[in-house]
Design a protein around this ligand. Structure first.
Ligand code: B1M
Length: 218
């Protein structure tokens, strides 16, 4: 197979052997982020489709996710970084996958993109209840909160989290950025924005997350 198809195939098949060699080869032609966006994420999409249609079992999805993570970890040191002088200086965001949800590949990509572009990211991990998110935001004096979630039920949890922020009177303390495959723009920017007493916005991908942080900090 040609290199790009082979890399995409590695994600779908969960095949790690020789991954780094192929990635190094690909980096001679393309930037790490292009490899992630154009090739590796296409593989993850196929995995999702196969799983969703019952053609792939969960343990194999997990293997694909492991290969995806290994690939991103291998590419990450080669990514372009902002001026290191400004590292972490543009603002601070607490990032979490919401309660009940283990999906973290997207969240960790957001972490990488923001960190490489001058933000200080406090990534508190998966399955995080709102208490833990708000505690981290206070403790680290965050400028914003980012929540990720891929399950349909996570979209409900996000709504509950915003309601909890309203009832604690902290909605205006932190602008909230929401992302993840089960969300859509109108749910966040119409429905959730309507009930939330602070500022909430939707990021379709990690780059929109970066743009939103830039506008929050402007
Ligand atoms: Co799961 N899973 N999974 N899964 N999984 C989905 C989400 C699913 C759509 C698959 C399907 O059915 N087609 C489906 C959800 C269905 C639903 O809710 N309606 C599903 C399911 C059902 C499940 C389980 C319930 C399966 C089971 O146990 N029976 C279970 C859930 C466990 C739980 O959370 N409690 C489960 C488990 C798993 C694995 C552990 C095997 C593994 C996750 C491994 C890991 O993350 N460490 C896994 C995977 C890999 C997937 C799919 C195949 C791929 C997800 C992924 O990593 N995509 C997924 C299918 C799909 O999404 N189409 C699926 C790549 C990633 C880069 O994309 O996270 O969307 P994404 O991030 C994007 C944007 O959304 C955005 O930026 C990223 C790109 O730049 N973004 C943000 C995300 N967060 C952001 C935050 C921001 C800004 C942007 O700011 C804060």
């Amino acid at each position: 197979l040609p290199l790009n198809e082979r890399l995409e195939r590695r994600i779908v098949d969960g095949e790690r052997n020789g991954l780094e060699v192929d990635l190094d080869e690909a980096m001679k032609e393309r930037k790490p982020l292009e490899i992630i966006n154009d090739t590796l994420l296409a593989g993850m999409k196929t995995v999702g489709d196969l799983f969703g249609s019952g053609q792939m079992q969960l343990p194999f999805v997990l293997q694909s996710a492991e290969v995806m993570k290994a690939a991103v970890a291998h590419l990450e040191p080669h990514m372009e970084k902002d001026d290191p002088e400004s590292s972490g200086g543009k603002g601070r965001i607490v990032l979490a996958t919401v309660k009940g949800d283990v999906h973290d590949i997207g969240k960790n990509l957001v972490d990488i993109i923001l960190s490489n572009n001058g933000y200080d990211v406090v990534n508190i991990g998966i399955k995080q209840p709102i208490n833990a998110i708000l505690d981290a935001a206070s403790e680290h004096r965050a400028d914003a909160i980012g929540m990720s979630g891929l399950l349909v039920k996570s979209t409900v949890i996000m709504k509950e989290n915003l309601e909890e922020m309203n009832s604690r009177g902290v909605a205006e303390n932190w602008p909230v950025v929401l992302g993840g495959a089960a969300l859509n723009r109108s749910y966040v920017e119409d429905d959730l924005a309507e009930i939330f007493h602070g500022e909430v916005s939707y990021a379709r991908d990690a780059f929109e997350g970066l743009r939103l942080m830039d506008s929050i900090m402007a």
